[in-house]
Design a protein around this ligand. Structure first.
Ligand SMILES: Cc1ncc(COP(=O)(O)O)c(C=O)c1O
Length: 400
């Protein structure tokens, strides 16, 4: 069942969507009006014709400028390293359709973004898990041991404010991962979708900044990002940032040669908002709103710890949508999640749902409350219900 659907009255901490009030309605309405005015009078091929395969020049330049402007000390992004997509999911699908063969080995973190695992499975990749750790985001010793054992073709990882852990790969970890990719000749598929939903210390540069500008044919970094989290998921607009030979291969896919770039119309709309400064203004609003929700969530969790006797713990996120909440040792996560939903009217994603590989007997210790989807008041009530469910289970009335 989709985590987006819950029964009437159930508070949904499980779903990783933006709350309606976080969507840039006014900005998009203005963007559409501006685009409509141009459409009515223009005879430019950029508006309604088939787009260039890679994306139209003005779109590529605009996205490259945005990435360079917001990229800190990283070298500027070249338009030749970008391919416009319908989002990260589409980017991953298209990259794999070009570079993968059934049976290729792909490393994923454990836990990981569980829906990306579906895309990897569609390409019949053999998945191997390497655990995340709080500080580095990846257990490098385990990864190196695995790389010595068998050839690996891909490693998929959410590099900043990961879904579900909230962990960000620091600069050393990024450098180390790219060095391993070159040594063992695999592609790092870097999902950067939460990079711009950030507060606190500045983030390390994007993953591509750690790779050679136009590196080897068979390994390195391919990054994917989109406007789904920065603006609105319904736009279905994003980009792949990759060595230019990979970008050329993506542009040669049959469906692209036949239909032109698939995000032609919407990317033109987004460019208007990028160039008018609307995207960065919305990001500033979004960062503040998410930070406020995240802080309130933690305040409520702390209160349940201090006065409610629920000794859960977590690493404070500084971006993204999620908090990875470790439950007390004596709580059976699956039983708790089921009881929380049916008896206490609060839905939360169990940590086990965030594994790409099912391992018999593996016990999850975490749940993944999402702080982007609810209002402050509902978040407060959601935590209170979850804490009640934990206490009820410990008192032996059936939640655990
Ligand atoms: C880590 C991660 N990657 C990708 C996506 C989907 O991105 P897009 O809408 O750009 O396909 C999500 C959505 O929740 C996500 O959490």
């Amino acid at each position: 069942m989709s985590v987006a659907r819950v029964a009437e009255g159930v508070i949904n901490l499980a779903v990783g969507h933006p709350h309606a009030s976080l969507l840039p309605r006014q900005l998009l309405a203005e963007g559409c009006e501006a685009a409509a005015a141009v459409l009515a009078t223009s005879d430019s091929k950029y508006d309604l014709g088939y787009a260039d395969e890679q994306g139209n020049d003005n779109v590529l330049e605009s996205v490259a400028t945005f990435l360079s402007r917001t990229g800190g000390a990283a070298p500027p992004v070249l338009p030749t390293e970008l391919f416009i997509t319908c989002g990260v999911s589409h980017g991953l699908e298209t990259v794999l359709s070009v570079l993968s063969r059934p049976g290729d080995v792909c490393v994923v973190t454990c836990p990981t973004y569980f829906l990306a695992a579906r895309v990897l499975a569609d390409h019949q990749l053999q998945l191997r898990e390497v655990s995340c750790c709080d500080t580095e985001g990846l257990d490098f010793a385990a990864l190196e041991a695995l790389l010595e054992r068998e050839p690996v073709r891909f490693l998929y990882i959410v590099t900043s404010h990961a879904n579900p852990t909230g962990v960000t790969l620091n600069a050393d970890a990024r450098r180390c991962l790219v060095a391993l990719a070159h040594k063992h000749r695999f592609w790092v598929l870097a999902d950067e979708v939460y990079t711009y939903l950030h507060w606190g210390e500045p983030l390390p540069p994007r993953m591509r900044a750690f790779d050679e500008p136009d590196g080897p044919a068979d390994c390195g970094v391919i990054a994917m990002n989109s406007f789904s989290k920065m603006l609105a998921p319904a736009l279905r607009c994003g980009w792949v940032e990759a060595p230019s030979h990979v970008v050329r291969a993506l542009s040669r896919r049959g469906y692209v040669v036949s239909g032109g770039n698939p995000a032609a119309f919407v990317s033109r709309l987004v460019v208007g908002m990028l160039e008018g400064g609307g995207v960065e203004a919305h990001l500033a609003f979004l960062q503040a709103a998410l930070k406020e929700r995240c802080e309130l969530l933690q305040e409520c969790l702390r209160a349940e710890c201090e006065t409610g006797g629920v000794d859960w713990d977590w690493t404070p996120p500084c971006g993204g949508y999620f908090l990875w909440l470790r439950l007390p040792e004596d709580v059976d996560v699956e039983v708790l999640v089921a009881a929380a939903r049916t008896r206490f009217a609060v839905s939360v994603l169990p940590g086990g749902a965030c594994s790409a590989v099912s391992v018999a007997g593996r016990k999850a210790r975490h749940v993944r409350p999402c702080f982007s989807f609810l209002t402050l008041e509902t978040l407060r009530e959601g935590v209170s219900r979850l804490a009640t469910a934990v206490r009820a289970g410990r008192n032996g009335d059936g939640a655990n």
